[in-house]
Every structure is written in structure tokens, then in C-alpha cells.
Design a protein around this ligand. Sequence first.
Ligand SMILES: *Cc1c(COP(=O)(O)O)cnc(C)c1O
Length: 387
Amino acid sequence: MTEPAPASRPAKIPIAGPWITEKEIEYVSDAVKTAWYGEANTYQQRFEEAFGNYVSRRHAMALPSATSAIHLALAGLGIGPGDEVIVPDATWIATSAPITYVGATPVFADIEERSWCLTPAALEACTTSRTRAVIVVNLYGGMPDMDTVLAITERRGLAVIEDAAESVGAEYRRRRAGSFGDASVFSFHGSKTLTTGEGGMLLTDDDALYERALVLRDHGRAPGPKQFWNQEIGFKYRMSSLQAALGLAQLERIAELVERKRTIFGWYREGFDGLNGVTLNYAGPMVMNAYWMVTAVIGPEYRIAKEAMMDALGAQGIATRPFFYPLSSLPAYAATPQARAAQERNRVAYSVSARGINLPSALNLTHEQVAFVCDAFRDVLKKRQAA
Ligand SMILES: *Cc1c(COP(=O)(O)O)cnc(C)c1O
């Protein structure tokens, strides 16, 4: 396997970043030269078809972001004012913000101690007569207990949107992430495993949902003979050819990109070997974790807040990120009745989030850099214990 080129300025160990080769440069160069006039949509179509095949979905729609994909999924399913949508409390706000865009209400459910994904029992407990859908999140490349989640949603008649933004290459029972539920979304943000700079994808097997999303994403233009004849107010959500060309090149290298993430995780596992009380990303027996972000949760016995660990590593040029703060704790939501209830209820999300950090997971990391991060992390804990 070829190695990614190391960063040109290695002074700081980056948290995230892509692996770009000559193939990507070639495809984007070709797009900027040729993807106009009659060819203006060629790269989007190729990227959509290849991505749909990769996750075994009938329809794939390239979009400007995963946020817009979730927005279209919710709007396309007809979810709106008066409806409740359940999300795990620990995720990026992009999962939940579109619920507000369509006028529905987010409900924050607790996560599991090990997978850090939605707890099926919490989903069940949060379901009311107003619940219409759940957005499950494959956090940091792992997967929830999908069998139990889907059994509940089927029994309760809830729609399922799979937020697979962080999990390209992950599998559950040998089925790829992004193949579950009524619709699924991916993000191709610059920090993600497969990137287009900014970008996203909506996938579904549901013909009606796909047709509806096509109209909604194009300013409410329904197919028909009359040009510029909008049936309703929609949105403008499209991916450019240049982004699609980059995405197609990355997708043709997806096995290599995912393998690299797994290799990097292996280096961390080795570097943390024998260190008690620190938990890394979990993969249950059904799950192949794609390890988008290597994440360490520090046992409460060390009595160190995640921010203190981040500061100590930052002083050594190691970039980290905090485990997502519970959505219900964010100023954007904290005062709402749903958030207040979640603050009382979601013990695991609050406990894990307070003690978790994302470690450098960029695709161009070297084994030596990961060893340096692990040693620095161990030193901080050792000093803690001595103090
Ligand atoms: C990155 C991310 C998104 C949003 O992706 P964008 O492309 O930036 O809109 C959504 N959900 C999760 C879990 C993410 O990590």
C-alpha cells in the first residue's frame, strides 16, 4: 500500500484531514475543463451511481452537505409542526438542526456506554403519540444496536433516518452503514473519511421519497414541459461538478481510505496497551467500526475533565476535539422543555461526554506521531495520579 504524503508543516499534529492523490487532482482538473454545457451533470451522475452501488441503495442524491440531506429527508417524509423526532443526545448539531428547519421538535435520547450510539431502551422511552421519526447516528464510525432499534421503530411505525455522516465503510451484520432505514445521509466535509471539501449525499430505496426530494431540492420545480414554472417554495441544494469529481476519485479509493482509518486505530490500540481506565471506540460482535475519529474516554477515577486533557495535549502541538457536548446542554437548546427533561434523564451522554476527547485521526498521520500522542496522553494521566 502506498503511504499518504506527510503534511508539509509537521509542527502540529492535526485532528483530521484527507488523503489526496494524483487521481483526485486528475478528476477535478478534468471536471474544471469539461464539466460544462452538456456535460454539466456527468460527474454528479457518476458519483451518485457509484455511491448508491457502494451502499446498496436504489437512489443517491449528491448535495451540498449532510445537513441539507437530513433537511430534505425530513421534509420529504412530510415531517413538520407538531411532530417529534428523536435523536441521540450526543451528536453534532447538524443531526438535529434540520428538525427545527421543518418546524418539528427534537427529543434527545440517551446513548449507550460502549457504542456511544442511541440506546434502544431510551428510544422506546422517548416515543410519544407525536413521534414520527428517529435519526440514528453512527457516532465516530461505530454503529448502534440496529436490530433492536429497527424492531422498535417497526412496531411503533416510526420513520428512520440513518445519519451515517461519520461512518463511510462501517458495517453492521455485514451490511454497509447507509443502507438502513427509510433514508440515510453521508457528509463529505473536509474532516470526513471521504471528502469533497464540503458535500453530502442522501440515499433511499423509496421511489416516492426520492422523487419528492428531487423537487424540494430544486426550488420546487416539478418535472414537466414548462420551464421556470415552480409549483411551490423549495430549496436550492446541489453539489457542483468539481466536488463530485473529487468525490468520485475518493470513492474509487474507498477501501484504501477506510483501511487507513483502521490502521491508525490499531496504532492507538497498541499505544494505549496496558493503560487501565481509558476506553477507545467499541465494535460489538455485529459491527465493523470505520473509526472516523479515534476517541478516548477517560475513567472517572482519574478525575480529569476533558478540557484539561485537551489543554495539556494542545501545549505539545497535538490537536484534539471534545467529545460532542450533549445537544441538550447547548445554549441553542438548553432552555427548551425537551432539553430540560434530557438534562435530568441522559446520565450516560453527560457522563461520557464530560470525559471523552477525539484524538488526531487525520489520514496522513504516521505511526510515530500516533506513538507520540499516546505517550503524551499517558504522561498527563501519570502526573494526575502522582499529584
Ligand atoms: C459532519 C456531520 C454532519 C454534517 O455534515 P455536513 O456535511 O457538515 O452538513 C452530520 N452529522 C454528523 C454526525 C456529522 O459528524
